[in-house]
Design a protein around this ligand. Structure first.
Ligand SMILES: C[S@@+](CC[C@H](N)C(=O)[O-])C[C@H]1O[C@@H](n2cnc3c(N)ncnc32)[C@H](O)[C@@H]1O
Length: 312
């Protein structure tokens, strides 16, 4: 779909009164968009990747408490953490987007494709918990509360990760996956500061950030850096709504944000997009003033993992 048409639809739906707007947007996603068919594999794999990255830095995630910023529609990353042996995941979202019917469909996929899911987790899978989940998913009816309790998920929505009311030192790992790019910069800073308050001494922050123009995910005619040509005002007119807000912070801005809250960076991994690199070296994209001073090397980074801890 042409990205400007998608932007128009999102802007129009966002003008409806709140509850009608959410319901309409869900209906569009469910019947015409990414929620037509539920395949939990990608999100479970994201949970596994987060777990492995934590472990690779010498931390033991087993029997620990995870905190997830931005649950979204289905708490699949918390499910993955539980299936690998986490004690609990506190998953918080500003919007109560979780849908029971999508959880049921995810569970159906898991039980219909047991071998695939077992293969995905490999030796990380807690077999006992997996069997309990398969048993649970046999029931036609999947009450949300029962699912959350079974998988030790504490779902807080509506809730703000910048102001959680959790006790100091109550979590071990502070995580998000493709979320921080959707939150205004000042709020990301407050989320990290709140993270500093609620994380145990020696805890770890593990964040996956997608810097790409998200319209390029469904419009092949634009590049991952297409949105860098627009001023903030113009971009806000296209995507300044609750469904597609993107802060357009670049990797260097995020690094500064983490450092501004006193974090020590333990590992930073970046992915560079060759097509963006080429566009930038050809000079064929007129950059908005906000991005002009940045190097091509920074601007062609389209995603990252930032693993950090608060300085002691
Ligand atoms: C792109 S969605 C990602 C959801 C999920 N991680 C996934 O992969 O499906 C970003 C989510 O972050 C949530 N969010 C935005 N600001 C937040 C905040 N301050 N605290 C908690 N959640 C927030 C949004 O409501 C939205 O559900």
């Amino acid at each position: 779909m042409h990205w400007k048409l998608k932007a128009n639809i999102q802007n129009t739906v966002s003008l409806l009164p709140s509850s009608a707007s959410y319901a309409t947007y869900y209906w569009i996603q469910r019947y015409f968009g990414g929620l037509r068919r539920i395949d939990p594999v990608g999100s479970l794999a994201a949970g596994i990747e987060t777990w492995k990255r934590i472990r690779d830095l010498g931390y033991n995630p087993s029997a620990k408490v995870f905190f997830e910023v931005g649950t979204g529609r289905v708490p699949l990353m918390p499910l993955a953490y539980w299936l690998m042996g986490a004690e609990q995941t506190i998953s918080i979202d500003l919007n109560p987007y979780v849908k029971t019917e999508l959880i049921s469909e995810s569970l159906r996929y898991i039980s219909d494709n047991k071998e695939e899911i077992q293969g995905l987790f490999g030796s990380l899978l807690n077999k006992k918990r997996f069997d309990v989940l398969l048993q649970f998913s046999k029931s036609d009816h999947c009450p949300l509360r029962a699912f959350l309790d079974l998988c030790s998920i504490h779902y807080l929505a509506p809730g703000d990760a910048a102001q959680t009311a959790l006790s100091p030192g109550s979590i071990d790992f502070h995580t998000s996956y493709m979320v921080l790019e959707h939150i205004p910069s000042e709020t990301v800073k407050r989320i990290l500061e709140e993270g500093n308050r609620i994380i145990r001494d020696g805890g770890l922050f593990a964040h996956r950030i997608d810097y790409s123009d998200h319209f390029s995910h469904s419009d092949n005619d634009i590049s991952a850096i297409n949105f860098l040509q627009y001023s903030d005002d113009k971009w806000n007119r296209y995507a300044g709504n609750r469904y597609m807000y993107m802060n357009r912070l670049r990797h260097d801005d995020f690094i500064r944000l983490f450092q501004s809250v006193g974090h020590c960076l333990l590992e930073v991994r970046t992915d560079i997009d060759p097509q963006s690199q080429e566009i930038l070296s050809r000079g064929s994209l007129q950059l908005a003033d906000r991005f002009k001073a940045k190097t091509g090397a920074v601007l062609s980074i389209t995603s990252s993992w930032i693993m950090s801890k608060k300085s002691s």
